[in-house]
Design a protein. Structure first.
Length: 205
């Protein structure tokens, strides 16, 4: 692909670094921005800069937040005795969109995957265990994607907290094995949260 402008080429190269965006799609997006009023492009650039520079991660659950503690954790209407363990922020958004869960979350920031060099020490597991030591949490829901890595992560955490007086459950397997949580439809995901089963039972499946 040849460009008549080095500035255009640079913009396309940077845009094509985004997931799922090839060079042709990147070119189409950049040309679209050039056709828009200058102010609109500047608003987009400013929003991206603000996200990169000013966004925080909740000190309690590791979710993305504008403040030190996210709106979910600081909401007095949420059930603080139930924590839903998820892989990343997209899973929080997926579960929230169902309207079926009123507890809190804990974002691990990934899943155990030796083949990718990701171990328990690379995830937000120690902070979860510390949270459970307070005695305020009565139930832990494992809501990892039903993949081998997700199941491995669930089992590792389960072993770490086995001596705690905490109920452990996992989302019902209405979600097909091997699927990523974020791509599951809202009805199925919501029903899986409501119909969660004891984690020990899932080990026998």
């Amino acid at each position: 692909m040849e460009f008549s402008s080095k500035l255009l080429e640079n913009a396309v190269n940077e845009m094509s670094q985004l997931p799922g965006v090839g060079k042709r799609t990147a070119l189409r997006l950049v040309l679209h921005l050039l056709r828009q009023p200058k102010e609109q492009s500047l608003l987009l650039a400013n929003a991206l800069q603000k996200v990169r520079e000013d966004i925080n991660f909740c000190k309690s659950c590791h979710n993305i937040s504008d403040k030190e503690i996210c709106e979910i954790c600081s909401n007095p209407m949420r059930n603080k005795s139930v924590i839903c363990v998820v892989e990343d922020i997209r899973d929080v958004m997926a579960i929230e969109s169902t309207g079926s869960f009123r507890g809190l979350y804990h974002v691990l920031g990934g899943k155990i995957s030796p083949i990718d060099g990701i171990g328990p020490q690379d995830l937000n597991i120690s902070s979860l265990v510390d949270k459970l030591k307070t005695g305020e949490v009565k139930e832990l829901i494992f809501a990892m994607s039903p993949t081998m890595e997700g199941d491995t992560t669930n089992f590792y955490i389960f072993k770490q907290i086995q001596d705690f007086d905490i109920k452990t459950s996992t989302i019902a397997r209405g979600i097909a094995a091997g699927n990523e949580l974020e791509y599951t439809d809202e009805v199925t995901l919501g029903r899986s949260i409501i119909d969660r089963i004891p984690f020990e039972s899932s080990l026998k499946l």
